[in-house]
Structures are given as structure tokens and as C-alpha cells.
Design a protein around this ligand. Structure first.
Ligand SMILES: [Cu+2]
Length: 112
């Protein structure tokens, strides 16, 4: 019982410390094809929204993003990328947005 309380307190303190730090870096799956996709995916994420850095890896199809947790969440970041037409771990692009992508950028969509 006592250890449970202690670990709960430590867990809370740890979360607060992480939260207070403010910046977080995450890497997640974003579907896409080429360097044009890269420009659009990265272009969808703006500094004013709390994005500190972004890099989409064209080989791995992974986006690494550093963001200010007081301004944006990872789910919202995923939504912004989806709004640009790119399915990802957190959100799915609308069909009409996907269809507007250039032919070379119409990546094979994940089945869900
Ligand atoms: Cu492309």
C-alpha cells in the first residue's frame, strides 16, 4: 500500500516535471511518397502553432516533431498533417483532400 502511494506521488511529480519542461519531441508514422510530400507535410506545421522543429523522413515515412506542449497536442499536430492530405498515426485525411494531391503524391493509403 505504502509503496503504491509513493510510486503514485513519484509518477505525478515526474509528469509535472515533464509538463513544466514544455517541449516535447515525438516521432510518428505519416504516409507519403516524395520530397513534394515532405514540403507539404512540414509546411502544414507552423511555428505560431507551437511547432519548434519538424522533419519528415522520406525513407522511413516518419515525422519527427518538437513542439510546445502548452500550445499544441500531438493529436492536433496529426490533424494538421491530415488536413494537408496525409494519413498518419493520429488522424486520417478526408478523401477529397487526398484526391487533390498531385498524382505522384497519392501514396498508398493504410487500410483501416
Ligand atoms: Cu509527393
Amino acid at each position: 500500500m505504502k509503496t503504491k502511494i509513493i510510486s503514485a506521488i513519484l509518477g505525478t511529480m515526474f509528469s509535472i516535471a515533464v509538463f513544466a519542461q514544455g517541449n516535447k519531441t515525438e516521432t510518428f508514422k505519416v504516409y507519403g511518397n516524395c520530397n513534394m510530400c515532405k514540403a507539404k507535410i512540414e509546411g502544414a506545421l507552423k511555428k505560431k502553432d507551437g511547432i519548434l522543429s519538424k522533419k519528415w523522413d522520406v525513407e522511413k515515412k516518419e515525422l519527427t516533431v518538437m513542439y510546445d506542449t502548452s500550445k499544441i497536442t500531438i493529436e492536433k499536430i496529426g490533424q494538421k498533417v491530415a488536413d494537408a492530405g496525409y494519413d498518419n498515426q493520429y488522424a486520417k485525411a478526408k478523401d477529397e483532400t487526398y484526391k487533390k494531391l498531385d498524382a505522384c503524391c497519392q501514396y498508398e493509403r493504410p487500410k483501416k
